[in-house]
Design a protein around this ligand. Sequence first.
Ligand SMILES: *Cc1c(COP(=O)(O)O)cnc(C)c1O
Length: 382
Amino acid sequence: MIYADYNATAPLRPEVLEAMQPYLLQEFGNPSSSHQAGRRARTAVETAREQAADFLHASVQEIFFTSGGTEADNWAVQSAAEEMLAKGKNHVITTAFEHPAVLETCRSLSRFGIEVTYIHPDRDGRISADAVKASVTDRTGLVSVMYVNNEVGTIQPVEQIGAFCREKGILFHTDAVQAAGNLPMNMDRIKADLLSLSGHKLGAMKGTGLLYVRQGLRLPPFLHGGGQERNRRAGTENVPGIVGLGRALELTKQTLSEKEKRLFLLREELEKKILLIPGAQINGAGTKICSTINASFAGVEGEGIVLSLDRKGICISSGSACSSCGGEPSHVLTAMGLTKELAKSSVRISLGEEHTMEDIAVIARELAQAVEQFRQLFGMTI
Ligand SMILES: *Cc1c(COP(=O)(O)O)cnc(C)c1O
């Protein structure tokens, strides 16, 4: 099997499993207990917090563990909106191609009388900082723009947007789930007040993640209860998951530059080979992460290509993992201005550290064959 759907989820790193194992069996204590078993679990959680802070160039007080990227996004947007309302502001700016975890949370804000502006990316898959500036009014209290788009891999100018928001006193949240495994992360540079990460996209367990909350920012708790995570996110900590997340972040940091160097070459090669297929186009241009390729093949259903490749043992996706069930064209690609037809004829290939040039050759060959077969089947000429 060639698994090339890393943006949907990445395999657990063996070193992560190894780090987690003691906390699944012997070290089962509750971090809130004052006895030795509890204290050892507490130490493990706080070590992971140090690893996470180190990964983000942040301080440990700024790290709050969550059950994943979705929870971090919900918490950030909902709580920032609550803060904003208390200050008499009721306008949020986000983008039309966010992950549903942000998009749907923003939609839900209408029940509080909050108005949301959805900025559209350009044809290349990029949001301009100027478009954000132009949408700001004196009622704007929150801007949420993703760092890297999960379907096309384009990098957004979060540094500029963050600097602008800070100057204007507007809260800035970024969903950095797809950035974290693919770009160096540094909160001094990113200038976000809130940032979401997910564990399973970078080799930790599903159901793990974190929200970075800039020091000094008052943010209402998301889950009420026993006072865990400094009274902000109650519930007994997922100790093994948190330990694994810390280790995964440490490994991600150590291996990033090597991964980037190698995968950029693989991505370039695959894009080159894809463009040799008649009627093919690459979606997303400009600065992109090394792992993600999105392509449309005029007249051929993306989901059909996915199933054809699946029969050959190759896992890729059409659109995002979440949207492939609905049969609707990708909201990301349509926001970028692709027609519904072209959006439906798209696939996403997302690579990981294990891939080689041989894998790229196999993927390209099978893609070309699948597209050709569908076109013959339907008597299409391109
Ligand atoms: C996967 C993903 C999420 C959701 O993270 P989970 O941990 O799966 O809840 C949020 N945003 C982006 C951009 C993602 O790719």
